[in-house]
Design a protein around this ligand. Structure first.
Ligand code: PEP
Ligand code: MN
Length: 263
């Protein structure tokens, strides 16, 4: 179902009144984690002002260590709903457990499946059974085929609103947090009809590399970007080193504006 042979035209996924896919460029921006009402609202207003088209923020955080900040959970969802109310931006947030489907789907406009859960098949089936767009991030060590098969689990349950997101893979390189595999963009475009976004924040782990790789992703044909933004990255409870300040994000949006209007 994910293959081009099955469905030759590009799939366009509607998210509220936006369309994802078909080489329109959507920019999802916001903090890694929802940390407080003030932090989220401040970031949401700043990214909207700069031209982001969707707001992101994790309420349930699948952290590598159980001793680090795990997210505000239901309170975080509440703040996301308020931020959407205030800014009008659709909300993208991660779901980590099939038992949370009702609560998360009630607030999210897009359900994010994180890298660590790309092969959580029960979770994939659960989001496949609701009619909500799903942002499926590539697993830390997943091949493109495994990633498309994960998408297949969602499609096979009857939800065809799947958006892929390249976010870097594990390699021997340690200078960057992950190795952003931009070749996945044309590969996925060749193999599949599903839209593909690129996340240079997790893909590089380094603030100074986010803007160049964002531009490169669009040059490679990505249907959009996912960018982490924090009002004060030094104080961020997660992913501070890769988060842009609102000012840096606004500069990036200026840089890519000609590319966005050209496609
Ligand atoms: C995130 O988007 O904050 C996140 C946890 O991403 P990933 O699943 O790609 O690590
Ligand atoms: Mn993050």
């Amino acid at each position: 179902l994910a293959g081009r042979d099955f469905h030759p035209e590009d799939t366009i996924v509607p998210v509220r009144d936006l369309l994802v896919g078909g080489r329109r460029v959507q920019v999802i921006a916001g903090p890694c984690a929802v940390e407080s009402r003030e932090q989220l609202l401040e970031t949401a207003m700043a990214v909207r002002e700069a031209g982001a088209t969707m707001l992101r923020g994790g309420a349930f955080k699948p952290r590598s260590s159980p001793y680090t900040f795990q997210g505000l959970a239901l309170k975080g969802l509440e703040y996301l709903a308020e931020a959407r109310e205030v800014t009008g931006l659709p909300v993208v947030t991660e779901i980590t457990d099939p038992s949370l489907i009702k609560e998360v789907a009630e607030v999210a406009d897009v359900l994010q499946i994180g890298s660590r859960n790309m092969q959580n098949f029960a979770l994939l089936q659960a989001v496949g059974r609701v009619q909500k767009p799903v942002l499926l991030k590539r697993g830390l060590s997943a091949t493109i085929e495994e990633w498309l098969l994960a998408a297949e689990y969602i499609l096979a349950e009857g939800n065809n609103k799947v958006i892929l997101c390249e976010r870097g893979i594990r390699t021997f390189e340690t200078y960057t947090r992950n190795t952003l595999d931009l070749s996945a963009v044309p590969a996925v475009k060749h193999l599949s009809h599903l839209p593909i976004l690129v996340d240079p924040s997790h893909g590089t782990g380094r603030r100074c590399m986010v803007a160049p790789m964002a531009r490169a992703a669009l040059a490679a044909g990505a249907d959009g970007l996912l960018i982490e933004v924090h009002p004060n990255p030094q104080e961020a409870l997660s992913d501070g080193p890769q988060s842009l300040t609102p000012k840096e994000f606004a500069r990036l949006m200026e840089e890519i504006r000609p590319i966005i209007t050209a496609v």
